[in-house]
Design a protein around this ligand. Sequence first.
Ligand SMILES: Cc1cc2nc3c(=O)[nH]c(=O)nc-3n(C[C@H](O)[C@H](O)[C@H](O)COP(=O)(O)OP(=O)(O)OC[C@H]3O[C@@H](n4cnc5c(N)ncnc54)[C@H](O)[C@@H]3O)c2cc1C
Length: 248
Amino acid sequence: MPYSEQTVRSVRPWSNRTFSFTLSRPQDFAFENGEFVTLGLKREGKLVARAYSIVSTPDRDYLEFLSIHMPDGPLTSQLVRIRPGDSVWVNSKATGSLTLNHVLPGRTLYMLASGTGLAPFMSLIRDPELYARYEHVVLVHSVRTAAELAYRDEIEALADAKLHYVPTVTREPFPTPQRGSDLFRSGELSQRLGLPAPDPAQDRVMVCGNPDMTRELTRHLKDAGWTPTNHRGIGNFTTELAFVVHHE
Ligand SMILES: Cc1cc2nc3c(=O)[nH]c(=O)nc-3n(C[C@H](O)[C@H](O)[C@H](O)COP(=O)(O)OP(=O)(O)OC[C@H]3O[C@@H](n4cnc5c(N)ncnc54)[C@H](O)[C@@H]3O)c2cc1C
């Protein structure tokens, strides 16, 4: 049985569409910053499980996650109700394409996230190793409403001369209303931060967003001469879908 029963330690709502929660950590559960694991709830003996990026870092004795709430979603319509002491089932194996081993070291690392796609970057920005590999790290988080800017205070506290945090809000008034992918593609992002224009020879990009945004950026990067990391080797950009769209 690859799933083990874990206990909810805490739940933290951000907005009516998003919340975070922490769980006890399965024994011997190993993972790298940026990876995801499958977790779920049992209903009438049947497990409903989905992929979740891990927000917390491997040095903690708990696992933290950032979740969407889809009112019709088989898992999250139930998961939104968990309380401390409840059970959540966690797979024993973590995996993913957003670890530090999926991009080469370089000058500036751009992390482009939309919605819950922020999750894998939270563990990465807490890792000192990240700052040893890059001169600058730019984390862009695009959401619909300001309340969905999860972990904003924590990221702002971490931001310094090396870590640049650019929150953007697209559906209510906010100082930066553009989508992060548009800011990157137009060159406005680097310009605004006083950084050189993104260059595939020196800079790296990680994307974790909704399927449209991820597809769009992948096309843009390839057209501009960037190489994705895949089975052929490590490139200068790597992507992961923050979720998959299920069609009825
Ligand atoms: C590699 C990977 C990592 C993931 N990491 C996370 C994570 O860290 N946090 C998280 O909340 N979800 C994450 N997801 C999505 C997650 O697996 C589920 O889809 C989500 O929990 C909803 O489950 P559900 O059963 O309620 O609805 P589902 O039946 O899974 O989804 C129903 C619909 O909801 C929409 N949707 C699903 N997930 C999201 C989302 N995160 N943001 C916006 N719309 C969404 C889609 O349109 C989808 O068709 C990840 C998915 C993948 C493939």
